[in-house]
Design a protein around this ligand. Sequence first.
Ligand code: NAD
Length: 500
Amino acid sequence: MANIGHYISGKHYEGKSNLNKPVFNPATGASETKVNLANNDEVNLAVESSKSAWKDWSNQPPLRRARVLDKFKYILDERREELAQCISSEHGKTHEDALGEVTRGLEVVEFAVGAPHLLKGDYTENVGSEVDSFNVRQSLGVVAGITPFNFPAMVPMWMFPIALVCGNCFILKPSERDPSPSLLIAKWLTEAGLPDGVFNVVQGDKIAVDAILNHPDIKSISFVGSTPIARYIYTTGTSAGKRVQALGGAKNHMVIMPDADLDMATNALMGAAYGSAGERCMAVSVAVPVTDKVADALVEKLVPKIEALKIGPSVDPAAEMGPLITSEALNKVSGFIEAGVDEGAKLVVDGRNRKPSMQGYENGFFIGGSLFDNVTKDMSIYKNEIFGPVLSVVRANDYKSAVDLIHGHEYANGVAVFTRDGDVARGFSNEIEVGMVGVNVPIPVPMAFHSFGGWKSSLFGDHHMHGMEGIRFYTRLKTTTVRWPRGQRTDPQFTMPTLG
Ligand code: NAD
C-alpha cells in the first residue's frame, strides 16, 4: 500500500524526503500505513505553488471565492459519512462523535460563504476639503495552519475557509498521527473548483513545522496544539515577523453550586469529561462542587455512570468512548492515574485495564473512565493537562474559593458554572478570567460566527479563531486618502495637515 503523501498544486505528491512515520489504527493498535514527512524541499515546493496562485486568487471577486466554498460545503455535506469514517479510522473516536466534528467544521464553511459582506470597507466623503478616505481589508498572501490530532477535520476548518474567502492561499500541516482527513478535504476543494495551489497540504513533524516557521514568504501561522509547542510557535513565528495565533492546552473547570440541578450537572459532566475519551481541549477535567454535601452527592451519582461507560471501536454503535490516540498517550494517562494515587487523591473509579467488549480490539489503546476525589491544587493530576478520560473532583467550601482555584490555574480555555441563581451566573461570567464561559452549558464551544479561544497559557497572540476574529486575522487593513481637486491648487504646506 502507498504511503500517505502531501497535496501540492491540486494533486497528490509523494515527496522525496525519504522520511516517514507509522500511522496507527488506535482501535486495533496496529499500524496499517505510513505517512511521508516533509523536509524543507517539500515545504518550499508548497510555498512556491501557493505564491504563484495567490495573485489570481486574491484578485477574484470575493463572491466568486465564496462560491467555491459553497460548492465545497455541499460536497462536504453529502460525503460527511466518508469523512467521519476517515477520521475515526486514524483518530479512534466514535462514528457519531466524528460526524459531530464534521458538522462543526462545516458550520465554519457556511460562515465563510457569507463572509464577503464582512470584507466591505468603510468610506468617508470629505475628510478634508475635496479629500475622501476609504479603507479595505486585503489578504496577507501565503498563510499556514498547523493542527493537532484531536480534531483532524474541524480544527483545519476553523482556519482555511476564512483564510481562503479572504483571498489568501493556505498551507495545512496536519498532525502526523491522523493525516488522511486533510487529503480528502484537499481533494474535495479541488473538485469544488478551487484553483491549484490555493490549498496545499504538507505532512510532517517538527522538521516541516520549523521550515514553515523559517520561510520568509509565509505571512501568518495559525496553530492549535499543546501549550509548550504553542509557545514555541508564537515566539519563533513572531520573531520572524509573522502574524501568529497559537492556541494551546487546557484544564477546564466546572463549578457546581449548591442550588444546581444535580442530575443535569452529572449528565453534563459525563459527556464533557469522557466524550471523545477526554481528548478535547474543551473537555471538563475538573469538577468543583461547592460544599462537601454537593461533592458527596455528585460523586455518588457519577460513579455508576462512569462504571457503565461503554468503550469500543468506532464500528461498535454502542460505544460511547473510543481508544486514545497512541500507546504513548495510553501510558501517559495511566502514569497520571498512578501519580494521583501516590499523591494521595482518592481513586474512586479506576479505568485502567478495561477492554472493549467487541472482539478483535484487545490490543487497541483503550482505557475506561476514571474518577478522582479529594484532589488538591498542588497535585500533578490537577496542574497538568492529562488529555484522557480522567475527572478530578476538587472540593470547594464556597463560591469564592472555587473562583480563586480557577484563577490560580495556568490554563484558561473554557469554564462552566451550574447554578439556578441568575446573580451568581452573571457575576461568574463577568469576573471569571477564562476565554470561554458556559452557564449550565458544560462545553461552551462558540458557534462559527462567534470566535473560539482561551486566555493565559491557552492562547498566545491577539486573535481568537473564526468569526470576526478570523476575518481580522487573515486580512490587513489599508487606508487610502484621495484628493480630486476642482481646479484649485494649494501652496506647499510644511505643518501637520489639519482641518483648522
Ligand atoms: P501537539 O502540540 O503535540 O501537536 C500539534 C501540532 O504541532 C502537530 O501538527 C505536530 O506535528 C506539531 N508539533 C508537535 N511537536 C512539535 C515540535 N516539537 N515542534 C514543532 N511542531 C511540533 O498537540 P496534539 O497532541 O496533536 O494535540 C493535543 C493538544 O492540543 C492538547 O494540548 C489540546 O488541549 C490542544 N488543543 C487545543 C485546542 C484549543 O483550541 N486550544 C484545540 C484542540 C487541541
